[in-house]
Design a protein around this ligand. Structure first.
Ligand code: IPM
Ligand code: MG
Length: 375
């Protein structure tokens, strides 16, 4: 791909989004200089910032910019306490984030969970339970299941004569064979270049979806004899993550289970502020449209205070360089700079422990400066 054509739509969003994004761009510019890239970075409002600027969580101009770009670098959206009069369908979570996932067909969500050795104090599990280390890739299906299945509504039903009305809420869990197949192949391919173990999560003992999921994943697995496939019920997986996380390499989950388990796994990495993610669409030619965002949310309680950890956003740019632009050297340069900065003892509050003798507590900006300096 010609470097002239690296067009990135930057949507910082709400809460800590803008301040961690600023640091990510700083690091990206350092990589651009080092590798003589030409990145075209254009910013646009989204989330409450979109509602404030243009009356919509995903303003038309923002969507247009995304469509004209090669990928989206996203911050975070959603401030639960803001304006309760805005209906749920128009709030940022559904009107911006879910809409973008659907609009760009971003069915494959990759969430790498890795606990840096130096940060083992920040992991809620004892050293003993951390085993040989925590390094898990959660592969979450992102455009199907209960998030999008129809019908999805709240309706009034009659409770019977004289008893008035009662409400009934319906969400539908639905998956087709091709939807399961394509995400299974993403997970198997990922496992192949890791430790070659894939744990597929389902609830086949209760759900029709679970039975089909297991069946389709098993069939897809015949094409990957080098990958060890195991199946696990979601409730057991939630427990195993706490008891013996080192047993997992790649976890393959449907949308809702992946949402829940990826947050649980994230806690193991010491802080949500450490976790990047990539949401990818289908490959077209040598390109795949990608959406890159930190796994943590807007963290309104610490927004604007120079406290947020920018590492998740910075590592998301590394995933962007790797998956959207095939620039693995540049991606590795960012990952190495983060590792070096952590080894040097730089810590934002979320990963700081006074017990660490060589650690230094820093703010968002200082962390960004240190990582950019290490590129
Ligand atoms: C995530 C988030 C979103 C989800 C919310 C904000 C809609 O929790 O990306 O995991 O549920 O998918
Ligand atoms: Mg979530």
């Amino acid at each position: 791909m010609n470097s002239e054509s690296f067009k990135i739509a930057v949507l910082a969003g709400d809460g800590i989004g803008p301040e961690v994004m600023r640091e990510a761009i700083k690091v990206l510019r350092a990589v651009e200089r080092k590798f003589s890239l030409a990145l075209k970075i254009s910013e646009a409002p989204v989330g409450w910032a979109g509602i404030d600027a243009a009356g919509k969580a995903l303003p038309d101009a923002t969507l247009k910019l995304c469509k004209e770009s090669d990928c989206i670098l996203f911050g975070s959206v959603g401030l639960p306490d803001r304006d309760p009069t805005i209906p749920k369908e128009e709030r940022p979570e559904r009107a911006a984030l879910l809409r973008l996932r659907k609009e760009f067909g971003l069915f494959a969500n990759l969430r790498p969970v890795r606990l840096f050795k130096e940060l083992s104090h920040a992991c809620p599990l004892s050293k003993e339970r951390q085993g040989n280390g925590i390094d898990i890739l959660v592969v979450r299906e992102l455009t199907g299941g209960m998030y999008f299945g129809q019908p999805k509504k709240t309706e009034e039903i009659s409770a019977g004569a004289g008893k008035g009305k009662i409400l009934r809420a319906i969400d539908t869990m639905v998956y087709t064979t091709p939807e399961i197949e394509r995400i299974a192949h993403v997970a198997f391919r990922a496992a192949r270049v890791r430790r070659k173990k894939l744990t597929s999560i389902d609830k086949a003992n209760v759900l029709e979806n679970g039975v089909l999921w297991r069946d389709v994943v098993m069939t897809a697995g015949r094409e990957y004899p080098d990958v060890t496939l195991e199946h696990m019920f979601v409730d057991n997986a939630a427990m195993q993550l706490m008891l013996k996380p080192a047993q997992f390499d790649v976890l393959l989950c449907e949308n809702m289970f992946g949402d829940i388990l990826s947050d649980e796994a994230a806690a193991l990495a010491g802080s949500l502020g450490m976790l990047p993610s990539a949401s990818l669409g289908a490959q077209s030619g040598d390109r795949v449209f990608g959406f890159y965002e930190p796994a943590g949310g807007t963290a309104p309680d610490i927004a604007g205070k120079n406290l947020a950890n920018p590492i998740a956003q910075i590592l998301s740019t590394a995933m962007m360089l790797r998956h959207s632009f095939d620039l693995s050297d540049a991606a590795i340069a960012i990952e190495n700079a983060v590792a070096k900065t952590i080894t040097a003892g730089c810590r934002t509050g979320d990963i700081f422990s006074p017990a660490e003798t060589n650690a230094r507590r820093v703010g968002t900006i200082e962390m960004g400066d240190a990582i950019a300096g290490a590129i």
